[in-house]
Design a protein around this ligand. Structure first.
Ligand code: HEM
Length: 467
């Protein structure tokens, strides 16, 4: 009897606590039962969040992918989430992402498995690794730029994806992709990426089914490449172990090993190619920035005064060299601020907490909006303007809400790799080529990564050919 009274008391208390849990929720709408507002999100993508932010402010509720969800933006607000990992929140993505990327993957793992794998990946992507490969990154970029300028025009977003898929495959996984393999893989990675955030319905015609098929094909392709390759097992870089992969016997390629290759190339090439496209686009539409960038490259020996000279006579890019170009660094930084490749990150709430006086209830999903944080930064004059100068000699730069790589325990381990590769790309691009967009005011999409809506073509000119 006493036990019964105690249980009743406990239930009453829990009910009262739960009531508190749902008081003072942020503004917003929850849509229809079960589906919530998922369909509207799948139709409007990034615009869905932009519009809600406009209507409700930096903290609003919605219902996505079967979960009551709160989307949060603003520097201090998202710092609370980023640095609350494993205390008040934990990384947790919608079911479709978990199933497609794989629950065993680095990005989806938690606890000690996550910590150990991440440590391994960061050890692999060391400064020594970057120093060792910078020359080869540059050569690959130069070779690609020569091809771009030899064509009457190129489809820029597709070309950026080929380049950075090849670069990631070569330097992270030690696999050389043929032209045809790159072409087929690009299509399947596109299907995989475009349908990651969707309803997990595995029926023909649904995005989830398309993404599952794409991943299956990518794994099959890598299996054939690995089997036909000249490599012995131990020539595969240890980085794959960070993704949970083991390859004990080359004849019997482990499923996890293939999952790991697909994940690593997805993590690295999708983001970098979107950023590289944004650099081409933003420089073409901001000639004053382009002039300043060229001046810096010229002052540092990357562009010779006599423009008839061969590129080989100019300074080679090096790891140290590209760290000493503040304006180039500012261009890359400002690109990632204005067009961040990843717009937001998902967390499960472990403990009820508050943001701006609103309750963020336990067991709900909370998403920190990187894109909206960058777009509405109160510390910036005209945050929607592309202005690399805001990073130069600015003592208050540390106050800028800048999170393209997330942060805290789940912060991006590929940050240094990405920054180095993007600086090399910018230097090689601007010192060798001029270019025009062949569409005025091209429409852009911002989800899953920034890109042109249509197949934007760009005409590249080799500088020595026009001077
Ligand atoms: C411009 C390029 C890149 C951008 C903007 C970017 C952005 C991000 C962001 C925002 C996150 C945090 C996600 C979260 O908090 O849930 C993240 C995580 C991650 N990124 Fe990157 N990334 C880039 C390049 C790379 C590269 C080159 C690699 C691999 C070599 C990589 C591997 C990863 C991995 C494995 C995670 C998961 C980390 C974890 O869960 O602890 N990324 N990235």
């Amino acid at each position: 009897m006493l036990e019964f009274i105690r249980l009743k008391k406990q239930q009453k208390l829990k009910g009262e606590n739960d009531k508190g849990k749902y008081q003072n929720l942020p503004p917003g709408t929850m849509g229809i039962p079960i589906l919530g507002e998922t369909i509207s999100f799948l139709i409007h993508k990034a615009e869905f969040f932009r519009q809600k932010r406009k209507n409700y402010g930096p903290v609003f509720k919605t219902h996505l992918f079967g979960k009551p969800t709160i989307r949060v933006s603003g520097r201090e607000n998202i710092r609370k989430i980023i640095f609350g990992e494993n205390r008040i929140v934990q990384s947790s993505y919608p079911a479709s992402v978990k199933m497609l990327v794989g629950t065993n993957s680095l990005s989806m793992s938690t606890g000690t498995q996550h910590r150990d794998r991440k440590r391994q990946l960061m050890k692999f992507l060391s400064v020594e690794f970057l120093e060792m490969h910078v020359m080869c990154f540059s050569e690959l970029v130069q070779e690609t730029l020569r091809y771009w300028s030899s064509q009457s025009s190129v489809e820029i977003y597709a070309e950026c994806r080929y380049l950075f898929m090849e670069l990631a495959a070569k330097f992270l996984v030690s696999v050389d992709l043929s032209k045809n393999e790159k072409k087929v893989m690009k299509k399947h990675y596109q299907d995989f990426s475009d349908n990651l955030f969707t309803l997990p319905i595995n029926l023909p015609g649904f995005g989830f089914n398309k993404a599952l098929n794409a991943k299956r094909t990518l794994k099959k392709m890598f299996k054939t490449i690995v089997k036909n390759g000249e490599k012995s097992v131990n020539q595969f870089p240890s980085v794959l172990e960070a993704y949970g992969a083991t390859l004990e016997d080359q004849k019997d390629i482990d499923d996890e090993f293939l999952d790991a290759i697909v994940e690593l190339l997805w993590n690295s090439s999708e983001t970098i190619s979107s950023a590289a496209f944004s650099i081409v686009y933003l420089l073409a539409t901001h000639p004053v920035v382009m002039t300043k960038l060229k001046l810096e490259l010229s002052e540092n020996g990357y562009i010779l005064e006599d423009l008839n000279n061969n590129v080989s006579d100019t300074k080679q890019t090096s790891f140290k060299g590209v760290q000493e170009l503040p304006y180039t660094e500012a261009v890359v930084k400002e690109t990632l601020r204005l067009m961040p490749p990843i717009g937001g990150a998902y967390r499960k709430v472990l403990e009820t907490f508050e943001i701006e006086g609103y309750t963020i209830p336990k067991e709900w999903t909370v998403v920190f909006g990187i894109r909206e944080t960058h777009e509405h930064d109160e510390n910036l004059l005209d945050p929607m303007n592309f202005n690399p100068d805001r990073w130069i000699g600015n003592n208050d730069a540390s106050k800028i809400g800048y999170f393209p790589f997330g942060g805290g325990a789940r912060g991006c381990p590929g940050k240094n790799f990405a920054n180095t590769v993007l600086r090399i790309f910018t230097v090689e691009l601007c010192r060798n080529l001029n270019w025009d967009l062949l569409e005025q005011n091209p429409e852009l999409l911002y989800f899953p990564t920034p890109r042109p809506k249509n197949n934007l073509h760009v005409r590249f000119y080799d500088k020595s050919a026009i001077f």
